[in-house]
Design a binder for this molecule. Sequence first.
Ligand code: AGP
Length: 609
Amino acid sequence: MCGIVGYIGRNEAWSVILEGLKRLEYRGYDSAGLAVLNNGTIDVRKAVGKLKVLESSVKDNPPAGCIGVGHTRWATHGRPSDENAHPHTDCSGRITVVHNGIIENYLQLKSRLEARGHKFTSETDTEVAAHLIEEYYDGDLASAVRRAAKELEGSFALVVMAQDEPGCLVGARRHSPLVVGLGEEESFLASDVAAFLKHTRRVVFVDDDLVVSVGKNNVRLFDLQGNEFVASATTVDWDAAMAERGGYDHFMLKEIHEQPRALRDTMRGRLSSELDRIDLPGLNLSDDEIRNINRIVMIACGTAYHASIAGKYAIEELCRIPVEVDVASELRYRDPVIDDRTLAIVISQSGETIDTIVGLREAKRKGAKAVAITNVVGSLAARESDGVLYTYAGPEIAVASTKAYTTQLMLLYLIALYIAQVRGTIDESRAATLRAALWELPSQAEIILNDYSEVVKAAERYYCFNGFLYMARGINLASALEGALKMKEIAYIHAEGYAAGEMKHGPIAMIDPTFVTIAIAVQSKTYDKILNNIKEVKARSGEVIAVANTHDETIVNYADRVFRVPQTEELLSPVLVAIPLQLMAYHVACNRSPNIDQPRNLAKTVTVE
Ligand code: AGP
């Protein structure tokens, strides 16, 4: 996610902005910039790379002035470059914008603005906002921002500065965070309070579809129709470290809670809001190429590998194409059967995992087309694949992957639906049902995140148990494997994910009163079978936690405890099932392990064999 800082006050803006951007570095970025207004002139500085690059270019010749905007960019549209770094300006250079979010309809707006003579200098969606505000600017910046915001679709937190209005900054937000800091003779606008906590703890949180105009000593809030609201300030008692984590104790918990937003952002611009079509230009495959595919090979490690297992079930069911999944560290050495009719789907949060990259290169060497699913723009996987689809999860700081996993699943479902429709292997009613169910997932994830007290209570009971067995059937085998990995990597407890039908072939020997079994028992064609598996465990005095649907009244007769998730299509249920399992591992670990975000022996990205 990008970081935004705006400042208006009594100090030199450039140093306050740089300091604020440093407090937002945890959000991850690949370029940075700032702009300061002084005596009717806006001085813009930008640099690819870390803030120290920008700082060294600014310090020698700092831009004078007490009002300015700054930005750290996490690239989504347009590679990391000076031109694509924010701030962006309009044609005249009189209006300057920084932005966090994804403007979904930027291409349509850009062509309309170009037709009206606007000249663009970047590949970004953000620059459209600067030119749109220019269109509406008539001396009242807040009004121009309101009118522009009404035309933007997607997510945005904007901070705008105008050469002719040195007494105010204007902000607007939808789905991306924006907060106002109220200091003494100075005010701030930022993505989160961490940017200005050193200066003030008095904060106004800006709600969706509101525009805020901020002066040194005043703040005014408007809706998009121009109606003014009273801005109510609160005082935050977080320290700086807590502020970086958005008030959560750990980045992992923050990122678990970010999943509804991350899922919406990953769907945005791909699943139409009318739910009638899917667009995946990043796939970079023609319809003929899609029809020519006769096998798919998934290449991934760890959590991404678990996502690929779910992807296998979805693609085989919907597209009727055989899908082979294998951990990349095995695939790269076993001379896999791949040719020019194979599609390789490479999944990697970082886009840099060495085994995955080598597996990608091996697949391409053998003639396959490769599509990457990754969270990092410009990563190796993105650069070396023929097509790339980005998860818009934002930087994932915790080593234990959570929001990257569920957004990888989201993209795999979109790919499966898209390929199935091109190949005609799914009828429209089934496709429409699945599209509608996909659309609901973020809201259903929010329901889970609104109350998981059962998970917290279970963690308090089971954190000292010797081991966990996660069992499931069908596509939720992926959930069982992923749930076990989370428990292993942050709570350091032995845990295994298993196909429930395999219990009698060995694992059932492990069951005893000190062993916990987590059974994925959401509504499915094998629901009765999983109930029988639960009975087998109970008959051997094993404790069972079931993950089941909200209105399931049967499960309480079988399991000791139940984690509830809203009902969705079985094929899509891993997205929801993942959340209580992430939370269970997190809360067990909180009772056992001192370091949740950086577990012992692990790195966020494995770039060496
Ligand atoms: C997952 O929680 C782990 N951090 C690890 O298994 C990770 O998924 C694996 O290293 C792959 O990383 P990547 O997605 O960046 O390629």
